[in-house]
Design a protein around this ligand. Sequence first.
Ligand code: SF4
Length: 263
Amino acid sequence: MPRSPSPDKPKPRPTLTEQSPPPETLPEIARRLAKRYLPTPPAPRKAAEPLDGLIGTILSQQNTAPITRRQFDGLKIAYPRWEAALADGPDGIETVLKAAGGGLSRIKSEYIWKVLRQLEDTRGTLSLKDTREMNDNQVRTLLESLPGVGMKTASCVLLFDLSRPAMPVDTHIGRIARRLELVPAAWNAVKVEKWFDEVLPRTWNERYTFHVSAIRHGRETCKAQRPRCEACVLQDLCPSAGVFLNETVGSAAKVPPHRPETN
Ligand code: SF4
């Protein structure tokens, strides 16, 4: 006689593929992250000059926020107009960046100078103010045509400087998406960003809130090393929680029991 399956046996999780529908938990994940990290999002802001935002985003790559700010301020003092930076060349820009501290000064100075030169050559102006009148696709096409500007940098300018519903994916958001098994583990950042762009509501407020709160979650709780699953608001929704919690218990068991000091 065939045996009926045990009612308590958990169902195996389906393998994630590119065709998998967005998980039903995604809205709840977004809601909890927002409640924990950004309960009151700011009003949308439009930068006076989106080119400033683009150059700030280039500077921010692998830099801390204070160094990015120092380097950007240094450039604006040295070059009140970007035309002066273009005329000074990559060596001059590098000198300013080095004086402000931070890494990759040579690479970034080359990127910035090449962006300025291409804008001058192709548009005859060192400004991106007219992007406010373009649709999202037109802005993205323009930005991604510039040297060194990829999908994430373009998305940052769209989200932060033009208040458009873009969804930049950095290392923290990619890691969280994989640990929550929202996306397959092998996906790179570009694939993850395209996926989020498909499944998140297309409003600036929801995407800004998700982006900022997910990055804070990655920095403060779902860290690359030793995620703090015991303090995580997503623990009951996260397939990886058990693995990390078991590791914590296992490593704690290897620590010798505390002994009172005897002298
Ligand atoms: S439960 Fe752990 S692995 Fe899962 S999202 Fe939270 S901190 Fe990250």
